[in-house]
Design a protein around this ligand. Structure first.
Ligand code: HEM
Length: 392
């Protein structure tokens, strides 16, 4: 809980801090990586630094946390903290890293705000930082403690590499040493560290898709302008070894017997495959409406598996939207206005941001409460920074 001393200071300064944070954070990262270049080897994504998405995510989350503390004196934004803690744990963030971030972030704040960064202002924001850090450290410790091993990543050998639709490859990874494997919950992801041509390791998260027992299987959509996926597509071969984290992620299959609506676009199909596979294993009779949008049947990642899993579930039905439609597809972008969602449904969304926003609005318009809609963003979570609907 925020102290009575800091509360008015945060109230007075949250506007200016939120406004300056986009300028403060690039400077924060520059100074941190100058002092700790090792953090760019395996932990931080260089690409996210370049495109600015991670600086915004971290910055925005601190401002959001502060405004949450002002409006909810008794509680914490658990969803936000949990999402970040899972991501951190998949990257191996430890308690001793927090003072490093603190030092460089607050150095950058002091330089940016100049005289406005009075000792009083700095102390109040310090309190916010450590409240948030301590909450995340606690969650991260709980996550680390509940894995089957105490390593951040373990070596996995590429056992199979298959084309899984135009522009996507599926990699099946088997353990390359005796590290015990933590069982994954359907919908979770792993961080994969890939060695770049200059020797630096770059991490990326991939949702686990159904694969052979005792393996991790991921589907990788090629981003030609990206740094990691071209290496996974063009250079990594069967027999190569990659470093793979324990599974993390809190967007998991809503258990129970309420109807489900699984809405995906493109590579966003991956968590849905994990959910459907789990339902098949449970011999579930739940009503499941599966909605998928793609450019065409050819680009739809792991299409056969998606269709097969739906066919195996007596309560499941699939509807598709294709920019180049085939027989039975709706033409063009997904439009949920004409689709009747089952009443009492839980909705899970995964795909590009504009796609999820549209799907979410359509679901809300049909009376689905915001709290029954979960979403997984593949990449730094920026939606939460701009969308007040998240509290609905
Ligand atoms: C990602 C917040 C401390 C390393 C993130 C994200 C947020 C965030 C919001 C984006 C999560 C997403 O993908 O949705 C914070 C806050 C911190 C903090 C508020 C302090 C109170 C740290 C520390 C480290 C760290 C101490 C380690 C030195 C990372 C990394 C990512 C990340 C590596 C992944 C994104 C990327 O590679 O660009 N953090 N974080 N964070 N954080 Fe933190």
């Amino acid at each position: 809980m925020l102290s009575e001393k800091s509360r008015p200071v945060i109230e007075q300064t949250i506007g200016v801090v939120a406004e300056r944070i986009p300028f403060i954070t690039p400077e924060f990262y520059r100074s941190m990586f100058a002092a700790r270049p090792d953090l760019l080897d395996g932990m931080f994504s260089r690409a996210n630094q370049e495109n600015g998405s991670q600086p915004q995510a971290l910055a925005g989350s601190i401002a959001m946390f502060a405004s949450w503390l002002l409006s909810h004196p008794e509680g914490y934004p658990d969803e936000l903290l949990s999402r970040v803690a899972h991501k951190h744990a998949s990257l191996g963030v430890l308690p001793e890293h927090y003072p490093v971030v603190h030092e460089h972030l607050f150095g950058a704040i002091a330089r940016d705000l100049g005289d406005a960064a009075t000792p009083e202002v700095v102390a109040a924001w310090d309190e916010v930082y450590w409240l948030m850090a301590d909450a995340m450290i606690r969650i991260e410790e709980g996550l680390y403690g509940s894995r089957a091993n105490d390593v951040v990543v373990a070596p996995f050998r590429v056992a199979a590499k298959e084309q899984a639709g135009v522009g996507t490859v599926a990699l099946t990874l088997e353990p390359a040493d005796g590290t015990p494997m933590t069982p994954a919950v359907a919908g979770q992801y792993v961080t994969v560290q890939v060695r770049m041509p200059d020797g630096v390791h770059q991490p990326r998260q991939f949702t686990l898709v159904p694969g052979p027992e005792g393996t991790r299987r991921i589907a990788v959509r090629l981003d030609e302008r990206g740094e990691v996926t071209p290496v996974l597509h063009h250079d990594v071969r069967v027999g190569d070894v990659l470093q793979v984290s324990n599974p993390y992620g809190d967007v998991v299959l809503p258990e129970g017997d309420r109807p489900l609506v699984l809405v995906s676009a493109g590579i966003g199909v991956t968590p849905m495959l994990a959910f459907l596979d789990r339902l098949v294993r449970q011999e579930s009779r739940r009503e499941v409406l599966v909605l998928h949008a793609d450019r065409s049947a050819a680009t739809w990642p792991l299409r056969e598996l998606h269709e097969l899993l739906v066919a195996e579930l007596p309560g499941a039905r699939l509807e598709t939207w294709m920019e180049t439609p085939g027989e039975g597809d709706h033409d063009g972008f997904m439009d949920l206005t004409g689709v009747r969602l089952p009443s009492g449904a839980q909705v899970v969304l995964c795909g590009p941001l504009p796609f999820m926003r549209a799907a979410r609005s359509a679901a809300v318009a049909q009376g689905v409460p915001g709290r029954s809609i979960a979403y997984e963003i593949l990449g730094p979570d920026q939606w939460m920074l701009h969308d007040d609907a998240r509290e609905a």
